[in-house]
Design a protein around this ligand. Structure first.
Ligand code: FDA
Length: 396
């Protein structure tokens, strides 16, 4: 087969490396993906009602890294978009009354649900001191329930985190490492944006448009519906492989246990609205922390970039332990098991004449935001050049 490099996976990790190889070397590159589309989990499409849907859940680009933005903004056109999320809260168990409140928790959340007199940072700090006064838990916390209750108090914990975590991880916060809920942001100001990064954008023609441009290069060939494990014999002659699929899949023949993931099931519902600007929800994403519904959030895709359609499509997300691997499960078992896979990967990386490199969220068993996946690929590229993994005589 006439090729120099094989990239397994057409998500951001694989596609960025393919583009860098194409632009900086004379290599012929094949990008394969087992799915029938490019873009990995960022893939999106326009449905028959003219609404752009992200097949694998809402994707909002945000970053603090200027180099990542400089690189990716050259592909497709992008528009500023500040994401806001509301949670649907039922303050009383014995009533169906509910209120929408911003997440992450900020002054507006407190005003909406608990105390309208909180107006500024000082007031917010005072309110939280009162709210947590009787809490006895102290750092280092034993689990996520302790870490969240100590920071937010029982009311916020019960309204926002207890059931939501249970639905998302199928585990009560008492049984999750303290670090899981420790990462939840808490704001002492009025900022109700979901992200605070200085760069927050959405691609005007969708992520798929960005990937089409990334992979549009005469040295790159893309083959879809091509599973590496089934077709790897076709690529025996390739000396340079970048693998962005699941690391435990790559080493499946070694008989180790598999890594655990949480997955999502998506349920779609399209409703005729008549008016092109009318929407169903008060925000593009509504979190559902209550046990009254089995799903974790509802996404109304029409709201992203204010799309216009006579219909609206709502997608409900159900957390699941079956299906495509999405979120690594952070616990001791998986950390240890991944370390064993990592050792196998290091040995595999430099075989006699073959180089196999492992990159991306599945190969590194780590949740990565899009900018982190892109940044990781850019950083690895620099390191490979420095270490001579990419042969310098190949570089233009
Ligand atoms: P990705 O999974 O995208 O690509 C890997 C590719 O490899 C896949 O296409 C897969 O089919 C292919 N593959 C696997 N095994 C193979 C095999 N054996 N043979 C051939 N191909 C194979 N980030 C963010 O910044 N903002 C956001 O709002 C969100 N939202 C979000 C929602 C949800 C529900 C999830 C799960 C994730 C996000 N993300 C996100 C994270 C984002 O999806 C993530 O950063 C990128 O998908 C990572 O790109 P990768 O290329 O590493 O993996």
């Amino acid at each position: 087969m006439n090729m120099d490099a094989l990239i397994v996976g057409a998500g951001f990790s694989g596609s960025v490396i393919a583009r860098l190889l194409a632009e900086n070397t004379k290599q012929k590159i094949i990008v394969i993906d087992s799915r029938d589309h490019i873009g990995g989990n960022c893939y999106d499409y326009v449905n028959k009602f003219g609404i752009r849907i992200s097949k694998y859940g809402a994707h909002l680009f945000h970053t603090t890294r200027q180099d990542v933005w400089n690189f990716i903004s050259a592909f497709g056109s992008w528009e500023p978009w500040e994401h806001r999320v509301l949670a649907k809260i039922y303050p009383r168990d014995d009533s169906d009354d509910f209120a929408y409140a911003p997440v992450p928790i900020c002054i507006q959340t407190i005003q909406k649900l608990y105390d309208s007199s909180v107006q500024n940072e000082e007031g917010m700090r005072r309110w939280l001191v009162e709210e947590t006064r009787s809490i006895k838990f102290q750092a280092p916390y034993k689990n996520s329930m302790e870490s969240a209750v100590a920071r937010f108090g029982h009311r916020i914990y019960n309204d926002f985190f207890h059931s939501y975590t249970l639905k998302q991880w199928d585990k009560s916060p008492e049984h999750l490492d303290a670090s899981v809920l420790e990462r939840i942001p808490l704001r002492y100001n009025m900022d109700d944006r979901y992200f605070t990064d200085p760069i927050q954008m959405l691609p005007s023609c969708g992520y798929t448009g960005v990937f089409q441009e990334l992979l549009n290069h005469p040295q790159i060939e893309v083959r879809l519906n091509t599973d590496y494990f089934q077709e790897r014999h076709c690529f025996n002659g390739v000396n340079f492989t970048v693998f962005t699929g699941p690391i435990d899949g790559y080493f499946a023949s070694r008989g180790l246990d598999r890594l655990e993931y949480r997955s999502l099931r998506f349920e779609e519902d399209t409703i005729e609205m008549g008016d092109k600007d009318t929407v169903m929800q008060p925000a593009s994403v509504v979190n559902e922390p209550s046990m009254r519904v089995p799903y974790t959030r509802t996404v109304e895709f029409k709201q992203f970039l204010n799309q216009r359609s006579t219909h609206t499509t709502l997608v409900r997300e159900y957390s699941s332990s079956h299906g495509d691997p999405y979120y690594p499960v952070p616990n001791e078992r998986n950390t240890k098991l991944y370390a064993t896979y990592q050792q196998l990967a290091e040995k595999e990386t430099e075989k006699e004449r073959r180089t196999v490199l492992f990159l991306g969220r599945l190969a590194n068993y780590k949740y990565l935001n899009m900018d982190q996946a892109i940044g990781n690929a850019l950083d690895h590229w620099q390191r490979w050049i420095k270490d001579g993994v990419i042969e310098t005589h190949d570089v233009n």
